[in-house]
Ligand binder design. Structure first.
Ligand SMILES: [Zn+2]
Length: 219
């Protein structure tokens, strides 16, 4: 049994947290495109240099490069092990190419009301060094202001204000809807995880997802 999933969730939906918990719970690889790009840019490979070139110029990495990066990463998933894709596909073209690269058997969709996201984002802190995300209410680091993983300094994004967050959510919705629609049209099963309480523990959401995956015989 090999899970091949895509996870969608708005910025601030807790997607990263859920993905890493699912990784431990289901023993799958989480393929987060954002992290991969960050890592690649530190490496001196042909593809890494290409990615760096675009990012440094403030340009979006073109679809064909993103697709190559994905192919390379998928090839590293151990045999018999599943994966969850995070941050891909982002465009209709990527969604089309993806079908040729890997057949996705489930879409995990996180549904979190805007007010919860606004509340959460204004309390989140990010590691300057490794990008790990904390929350001063729900996901506190062991030492205040210090990353548990790497000891880096935690900071608050200056654009984590309610107005900017709401705009970001709207943009996310506009960009993601067409992609989600493609998976619906392809009749890929959906696991919809609802988080409608501010203090809902991540384990609760994760267990709901796992149960639904089990019903689909994917976990
Ligand atoms: Zn860190």
């Amino acid at each position: 049994m090999r899970l091949k999933a895509v996870i969608f969730g708005a910025p601030g939906s807790g997607k990263g947290t859920y993905a890493s918990r699912l990784k431990a719970r289901l023993d799958v690889d989480v393929i987060a495109m954002g992290d991969i790009f960050r890592e690649m840019m530190k490496e001196d490979t042909e593809l890494g240099k290409k990615v760096k070139g675009y990012v440094e110029k403030g340009l979006l990495v073109p679809d064909d490069v993103v697709n190559d990066v994905l192919k390379e990463r998928l090839a590293k998933v151990p045999r018999g092990k599943g994966f969850i894709l995070d941050g891909y596909p982002r465009t209709v073209e990527q969604a089309d190419t993806m079908e040729k690269i890997a057949k996705i058997d489930v879409v995990i969709l996180l549904m979190v009301p805007d007010w919860i996201i606004v509340e959460r984002l204004s309390t989140r802190r990010i590691c300057r060094n490794c990008g790990n995300v904390y929350n001063i209410r729900f996901l506190k680091p062991k030492v205040e202001g210090v990353c548990d993983k790497c000891g880096g300094q935690l900071y608050q994004r200056p654009d984590d204000t309610p107005e900017v967050i709401k705009k970001r959510l709207q943009l996310y919705e506009e960009q993601t809807q067409p992609i989600v629609q493609i998976f619906r049209e392809r009749k890929v099963p959906f696991v919809v995880a609802m988080c409608d309480k501010l203090d809902m523990p991540p384990e609760t959401v994760v267990e709901t997802i796992v149960k639904d995956l089990q019903k689909l015989k994917l976990a």
